[in-house]
Design a protein around this ligand. Structure first.
Ligand SMILES: [Zn+2]
Length: 273
């Protein structure tokens, strides 16, 4: 069974019919679990209702750094309310994006901090979008206590597996293997998306090869970033299989092993039975 740890069924590019077809496709596939991830207020509310209506869908609520100049205290209070709904398993996606810089850096950092605090208060995992933040994301996470021993105590429940987790997921990880290992030491978990299948992406291939399997999740970030051989087309959760397959090739194991491990990891990470 596959677990897509990050998708946007709530994307506003879908018509209602397209979204219904998409969900039916997921329900007929090997994808047993999808996290529908909020990126603004509307998409967060939509993720919550998709999760309420469909067994395989779970929700994350949060505001993306691109939207950081559009939210206020009332929105944060509304997010906190949404986070109480059943099947909301994380706060996200939140973070910093200095590559596109669609919101001023100050706003990005301010709302990143406030949403980290919400995740800490509610003892929920947080889903991090970090693009070219030049160390600011890890600095802010550390300053806010996202890797503190109190935070780790919330998630490190299993003495048998010795799972080290602060409930911090680096979504669509695009750093180096060295950076990934540093993050894992702090208590983060790494999620790899379709770009690992792109021929020239040696950097992410090395991440997929070198990190411990215990801290690896897979995702589509659908409708973006379709894996090969579907690159450039709209992405959907069932295509996460191609990411699993590529990781299996890189690690020299059977794809079933990657499917089983990433599914079990994601269930443990999000606290899904
Ligand atoms: Zn996303």
């Amino acid at each position: 069974m596959l677990f897509d740890s990050h998708a946007h069924i709530n994307h506003d590019g879908y018509s209602d019919d397209e979204r219904r077809d998409l969900i039916e496709t997921i329900e007929r596939s090997d994808v047993g679990y999808v996290i529908d991830v909020g990126f603004d207020m509307k998409s967060s509310a939509q993720a919550v209702s998709h999760a309420a209506e469909h067994a395989r869908i779970y929700a994350a609520v949060g505001v993306h750094p691109h939207e950081a100049d559009k939210i206020d205290d009332d929105d944060l209070a509304r997010l906190a309310d949404l986070a109480r709904a059943p099947k909301v398993v994380a706060i996200g996606e939140i973070g910093l994006d200095y590559y596109r810089n669609l919101s001023p850096k100050d706003d990005q950092q301010y709302w990143f901090r406030r949403q980290i605090r919400l995740g800490l208060e509610r003892k929920l995992p947080i889903l991090i979008h970090d693009r070219d933040s030049e160390g600011d994301a890890v600095r802010i996470l550390t300053e806010e206590g996202a890797f503190s021993s109190e935070r780790r105590a919330v998630f490190e429940k299993n003495p048998v597996t010795g799972y080290e987790s602060a409930g911090v997921l680096l979504h669509c990880f695009s750093g180096t293997a060295e950076q990934a290992l540093e993050y894992i030491k702090l208590g983060a978990t790494i999620s790899i998306a379709g770009p690992v299948t792109y021929k020239k992406n040696i950097k992410t291939a090395m991440v997929a090869e070198q990190i411990p399997l215990s801290h690896l999740l897979i995702e589509t970030d659908a409708p973006y970033l379709a894996p090969e051989p579907f690159r450039g087309k709209p992405n959907t959760s069932p295509l996460v299989y191609h990411t699993a397959k590529k990781i299996a090739e890189l690690r020299g194991v059977d794809v079933s092993e990657i499917e089983a491990a990433t599914c079990a990891n994601a269930k443990r990470f999000f606290g899904i039975e």
